[in-house]
Design a protein around this ligand. Structure first.
Ligand code: KIV
Length: 263
């Protein structure tokens, strides 16, 4: 049994799964030390690391580059990589070859967001024995089609559609599902109905696990975080204060002092 299988068995024991994103070596080391269950190299790095507007603006080269760094730091934690939009959604994209690139690097699985041909992609990856996580609800790669960044599944029709997507992804062989920005009751229904675990982000407390974007929960991103984020630290302020002190000491000549100087 691989690491990811044993993490997903937590559902049968009623234990919660803890997933966080990371995009580089030093933060992957810290997440690994903290003992999170899964590290996700999310394409949210487009926003929180590269300052871009859309996750669709990163491709395989960027995702592989960051996955490599995370894998170096995550000695004991399974790493899941987001398949970037270009890697599987446009017609003719080599989804299988791109997914294989992440697995060859050492990732435990890839994650794909729901789109109209999602089941074909998942089917092909599962047939090639590539572990896959699905992602339904608010799917940022196709957010324009969903009417923007807002809660999904509020109407009966939309809720049924998301339930149908979740069921079909389980049937096609996904190992787990990320549920993003859906009402708590809908996430609870999907979680109860599926055998595979649900990992929620803005989906309430009944999911089998939770995931957050690391930079949001650390206060390391200058844009307003969504309502579902709980900020556990204010690293942005700590960095600002350290850099201001350094600047002041460089200006005054206090740094470097004798302790930082060779004679
Ligand atoms: O890209 C990402 O970080 C994600 C999480 C929000 C689940 O997909």
């Amino acid at each position: 049994m691989n690491d990811l299988d044993s993490v997903f068995l937590k559902k049968s024991r009623g234990e919660k799964i803890c997933m966080l994103t990371a995009y580089d070596y030093p933060l992957a080391v810290l997440l690994d030390q903290a003992g999170v269950d899964i590290i996700l190299v999310g394409d949210s790095l487009a926003n929180v690391v590269l300052g871009l507007d859309s996750t669709t603006q990163v491709g395989m080269d960027v995702m592989l580059h960051h996955s490599r760094a995370v894998l170096k730091g995550a000695k004991n934690t399974p790493v899941v990589a987001d398949m970037p939009f270009d890697a599987y959604q446009p017609a003719g994209a080599d989804a299988l070859g791109n997914a294989r690139s992440f697995i060859d690097l050492g990732c435990a699985a890839v994650k794909v967001e729901w789109f109209d041909r999602c089941l074909d992609v998942v089917d092909a990856l599962v047939a090639a024995r590539i572990p896959v996580l699905g992602h339904v609800g608010l799917t940022p790669q196709t957010v324009e089609q969903l009417g923007g960044f807002k809660v999904q599944g509020r109407s009966q029709a939309s809720a049924e559609e998301i339930v149908g997507q979740a069921r079909s992804l389980e049937r096609t062989g996904c190992l787990a599902l990320v549920l993003e920005c859906v009402p708590e009751g809908l996430a609870q229904r999907i979680t109860q109905e599926l055998k595979i675990p649900t990992i929620g982000i803005g989906a309430g407390k009944y999911c089998d696990g939770q995931v957050l974007v690391l930079h949001d929960m650390l206060g390391l991103y200058d844009r307003k975080a969504p309502k579902f984020v709980k900020q556990y630290a204010d690293i942005g302020s700590a960095v600002l204060s350290a850099v201001k002190s350094y600047k002041q000491e460089v200006g005054s000549g206090e740094f470097p002092g004798p302790q930082q100087t060779f004679q």
